[in-house]
Ligand binder design. Structure first.
Ligand code: MOS
Length: 734
């Protein structure tokens, strides 16, 4: 029985969020809290020579100033600092560990005081002397030193020969600057000193069990002595996948003071965490005169730190997506004196597919072909990398329905050929692609005789709607009304879940719930069958469903036992089950989501101001669990894409190795006035191979392709091709 899956179900946590009842990491009120304030390095590389805390310590209300010289003990081995999401290669950053300065904005001292204002004031009185060392923060200065990432790239054919023989060629370099996540919620941790060496840590994170294991390793704590809780997350966009330094400092503070501690980073300090790495992308496409691709080369050089090698699949998308006998791709990293780069909003794809889809647009121009038509001529029903079919791929429908809804057939191909009064009008499009991953997740269900079920799991809801979709799946698989389901998430003591990322949580958590619900059904059927003259006598598990509060025969609705009756007869007042999902682990199919994005921009010819007036995003992502939250999620991703195309850029002053716009006044993100008409279409994509419910996940597909579609629309409007993001008005005047 399906009453909720696939419907527009409002968020079950909506009320808690708008009333402020939903608590975030920095909002848990604990008596006797002390407050921390971080002091960061102002140089990007060097050594701390001397720290004088005497004046700060004289301020009334200051409790301690922690530095690498006096902090409590932390683990020495790299392995202890490797969280679930840490890059394989390298040595993770350790705050207040030693005298080395590795990047500007590195935490080098923590002031602890009775009040936050006191801590912050006292921080200004700490005197720190540093020895500077030569540094580099400019990717373009290091590109020649970039090294190839160890990845099993699978080049095919002979690209060099095919490219030389191509009828039409396009080659260009594209650039994506460093971008910072800037979630609304600041990074914060509240650590409660529970006594007896036990700690409870309220943390802003996308993975409570990841943080729990990490802190236990770093502080050599027993698993039972440290609990991490994070019921709500005020946005993260990937910045909360790895444990961030404030949680280590907050625990250090609590251990030093033997007291509860709260630490909230400032917006500026958050620019010392991870970021989307600046990336130089080189594309070379060779096509036959008929518009079919024959040679694809995609090379990228991305930023990482001096101490860890962070990389994501950036160039592989180009070899996967389109039919081409010859393809070659390569990812390189350049080391800079900055923090380690990190996952941000479709990491790798948002950048790599931006470059690919910009280059495809340029190739379409060179071929004198409609951009949609070019993509259809290169369409592939098989993963071109692995040469396997997709579990499902309705990208063709995305092109068709997206183009229809947009009115693409009215497009005049010539640049600068469409106008609206004083404004130039441009129409552009791009393809999006992301992975449909699924991970092991366990769910516990406790069903009580009053027909209420509590579903619990350590997963986070990072604002994407996990509480709601888990409640929907539980309601349908347990045959109960949605109001009777309570979902508990974000507590490390709950059943196992990985970090919430990679768009894998919807499919994974849904199947954990469905798998556990099946165990409940099994038990209820046994209880129902044990009743005297049971109407379900002889029924097998696969013959019955749970619906309307009853165990019901699929074949005869009249044969049913209410859940309450079955439990009462057996004198059982609760049934508790916990199971882990499982997915067929085979490489026989590719698992991906796809999109087609159509964009209209209007450009003021005199001023160069670009407005994104219309976006149509047609998405193929399997079965949509909740059309309302899914719609919001894709809309949000499109806004992220507008930011990437037109606004977002972390600016360094390379003379000082420091970020110049570490605030949200000067780091621009789209605001209401920048967001106009966004239409989201979910293309029907039945998928019986990927998993039993046919779910793929939506977190990231919505941003992929958006920046390219906007850049392509700007070219169509103005005849000007800007290949370095963001497309600001000055670049249109170059
Ligand atoms: Mo996402 S960038 O995997 O949180």
């Amino acid at each position: 029985m399906v009453n909720y899956i696939g419907t527009a179900t409002p968020r079950v946590d909506g009320r808690a969020k708008v009333t402020g009842e939903a608590k975030y990491a920095g909002e848990f009120n604990i008596s006797g809290l002390a407050y921390g304030s971080v002091i960061e390095s102002t140089i990007p590389k060097g050594r701390i020579a001397r720290i004088d805390t005497s004046e700060a310590l004289r301020v009334e209300g200051v409790l301690d100033v922690l530095t690498h010289e006096n902090r409590p003990r932390m683990a020495g081995a790299d392995d202890a600092w490797k969280d679930d999401v840490a890059p394989e290669e390298g040595s993770p950053f350790r705050p207040l560990y030693d005298d080395k300065i590795r990047f500007s904005g590195q935490p080098i001292a923590l002031v602890l005081a009775e009040e936050w204002e006191i801590a912050r004031y006292a921080a200004s009185l700490v005197r720190i002397e540093c020895e500077k060392q030569p540094f580099v923060t400019d990717l373009y200065n290091q590109r020649d030193q970039a090294f190839v990432v160890k990845k099993p790239d699978k080049p095919r054919g002979n690209v060099k020969r095919a490219y030389a023989a191509a009828d039409v060629r396009h080659e260009a370099e594209y650039f994506i600057p460093t971008e910072n996540h800037n979630p609304m919620e600041l990074f914060a941790s509240t650590v409660t000193w529970d006594g007896g060496g036990k700690l409870t840590v309220y943390d802003k994170t996308q993975g409570v069990q990841n943080v729990q294991r990490y802190l236990c390793n770093v502080f050599k704590k027993k698993a039972d002595d440290l609990r991490v809780i994070s019921p709500f997350v005020g946005g993260a966009f990937g910045s909360g996948l790895r444990p961030q330094y404030q949680v280590v400092l907050a625990v250090l503070g609590a251990l030093a003071l033997k007291r509860s501690v709260r630490l909230v980073l400032t917006r500026q300090q958050m620019y010392g965490l991870g970021y989307r790495p600046a990336t130089i992308e080189r594309l070379a496409l060779g096509a036959k005169a008929d518009g079919t691709l024959d040679a694809i080369t995609h090379e990228a050089i991305a930023v990482t730190s001096q101490f860890e090698d962070f990389s994501r699949n950036d160039t592989g998308w180009s070899a996967l997506l389109y039919r081409s006998a010859n393809a070659n791709y390569l990812h390189r990293l350049a080391r800079l004196d900055v923090p380690t780069s990190s996952d941000m909003r479709a990491p790798g794809a948002a950048t790599g597919v931006y470059a690919l889809e910009s280059a495809m647009d340029e190739l379409a121009v060179a071929l004198n072909l409609d951009p949609v038509e070019l993509r259809l001529r290169c369409y592939s029903d098989r993963d071109q990398n692995e040469d396997v079919p997709y579990t499902s791929k309705q990208l063709r429908e995305c092109y068709r329905q997206g183009a229809d809804a947009f009115g693409w057939d009215k497009r005049k191909p010539e640049p600068r050929s469409m106008r609206d009064g004083s404004e130039l009008v441009g129409w552009g499009m791009a393809t999006g692609v992301w992975e449909a991953l699924q991970m092991p997740v366990a769910a516990r269900i406790v069903l009580t005789a009053n027909g209420h079920a509590e579903v619990s799991c350590a997963a986070s809801d990072i604002g994407t709607g996990t509480y709601t979709i888990m409640a929907q799946v539980a309601a349908d698989t347990l045959g109960l009304p949605l109001e009777n389901i309570t979902v508990k998430l974000g507590d490390s003591t709950l059943p196992q879940a990985p970090v919430e990322g990679g768009s894998w949580m919807a499919a994974s958590a849904s199947h954990a719930v469905a798998t556990t619900a099946k165990e409940i059904r099994k038990e209820l059927l046994a209880l129902a069958k044990a009743m005297k003259n049971s109407p379900l006598a002889g029924a097998k598990l696969e013959d019955v469903v749970l619906a309307d509060g009853k165990v019901v025969s699929k074949h005869d609705e009249g044969r049913a036992v209410s859940i309450a009756d079955a439990m009462r007869h057996a004198a059982v007042d609760r049934i508790e089950k916990q199971k882990t999902n499982s997915f067929p682990d085979d490489a026989s199919h590719a698992r991906n989501t796809h999109s087609a994005v159509f964009v209209e921009v209007k450009v003021d010819e005199q001023l160069g101001v670009i407005r994104v007036t219309r976006v149509v995003s047609a998405i193929a992502a399997g079965r949509i669990l909740n059309t309302q939250t899914a719609h919001s999620q894709v809309m949000g991703s499109v806004v992220g894409g507008i930011g990437m195309a037109l606004h977002e850029e972390t600016l360094y002053d390379h003379r000082f190795g420091r970020i110049m716009n570490a605030n949200i006044a000067e780091y621009h993100v789209p605001v209401n006035a920048d967001v106009q008409d966004i239409k989201v279409i979910f293309v029907d994509e039945p998928d019986e191979v990927i998993n039993p419910l046919g779910i793929k996940g939506l977190g990231e597909i919505g941003i992929v392709g958006v920046a390219a579609a906007i850049a392509n629309a700007v070219y169509h409007a103005t005849g000007k091709r800007v290949r370095d993001l963001p497309i600001t008005l000055d670049k249109l005047q170059r």
